[in-house]
Ligand binder design. Structure first.
Ligand SMILES: C[S@@+](CC[C@H](N)C(=O)[O-])C[C@H]1O[C@@H](n2cnc3c(N)ncnc32)[C@H](O)[C@@H]1O
Ligand SMILES: Nc1nc2[nH]cc(C(=O)O)c2c(=O)[nH]1
Ligand code: SF4
Ligand SMILES: [Mg+2]
Length: 210
């Protein structure tokens, strides 16, 4: 295949830069505690300084993989597939989710929402970032809003984002991992004072699982 042919398939979402895939327990948010197969797609240019998967950022480092092969493999493990990254919406998610839905599995996405929403999703976890805000369209579609708290200013940003989501969207505050000791007590106080919010922890890190 020439580079140009490869790029055309990537543009169509028929090839995706696959970083890793693993069967684990969803650690975060509404579905925490539920077994799911994770598909991590490389490529992200949002640039969160505290990102816990910076190795995902450069798409070129991850092998272009046939979407059909990703699906064929993933459905062997679980009937819930979590697509994450990197930023999965960097790519056209229509072929991936169309094929997953054809196999009858649940499709979940972890996204910053910074790019056009593609794909057919049973669950959208929107985790907005100040440095590259979500597109307007995703706020009406998100099932959960998961705001990361790194410092005090992040509570204000979380409220601004909560004002934009639909009324059924479940609201979470999740401590940034390296600041968890400092921020957790503030998050606890905040959630007790503002009970529309819930706490989300990265429980997989406490459990030492992927
Ligand atoms: C690695 S990101 C990949 C998906 C997408 N790019 C996004 O940011 O939503 C998966 C989730 O981990 C969160 N996350 C990343 N680094 C984190 C950290 N250091 N502490 C807490 N949560 C983090 C993100 O906000 C997001 O909700
Ligand atoms: N167990 C587990 N749960 C997760 N929830 C969101 C994750 C992510 O990196 O997107 C993640 C992850 O990497 N592992
Ligand atoms: S948007 Fe997600 S993957 Fe990209 S840098 Fe931020 S946390 Fe990491
Ligand atoms: Mg993670």
């Amino acid at each position: 295949m020439t580079r140009r042919e490869q790029q055309e398939l990537i543009d169509k979402g028929l090839l995706l830069p696959l970083m890793e895939e693993f069967y684990t327990i969803q650690g975060e948010g509404y579905h925490k505690g539920t077994a799911a197969y994770f598909v991590r797609i490389g490529g992200c240019d949002v640039g969160c300084h505290w990102c816990d998967v910076k190795e995902s950022w450069l798409a070129e480092l991850h092998p272009p993989t046939e979407t059909s092969k990703i699906v064929e493999n993933a459905v062997k493990y679980s009937n819930t597939i979590v697509v994450t990254g990197g930023e999965p919406l960097t790519w056209d998610m229509d072929p991936l989710t169309e094929q997953l839905k054809a196999k009858g599995v649940q499709t979940h996405i972890e996204t910053s929402g910074a790019y056009k929403l593609t794909g057919e999703w049973d669950w959208i976890c929107l985790s907005p970032k100040k440095i590259k805000l979500p597109t307007e369209e995703i706020y009406s579609k998100a099932h959960e809003l998961k705001c990361i708290i790194y410092n005090k200013d992040d509570f204000k940003f979380a409220e601004e984002q909560a004002a934009k989501v639909n009324k059924n969207c479940i609201l979470y505050l999740q401590p940034e991992w390296s600041k968890r000791e400092k921020m957790m007590s503030q998050i606890v106080d905040y959630v007790m004072a503002n009970p529309k919010w819930k706490v989300s922890l990265q429980t997989h890190k406490y459990l030492n699982i992927p």
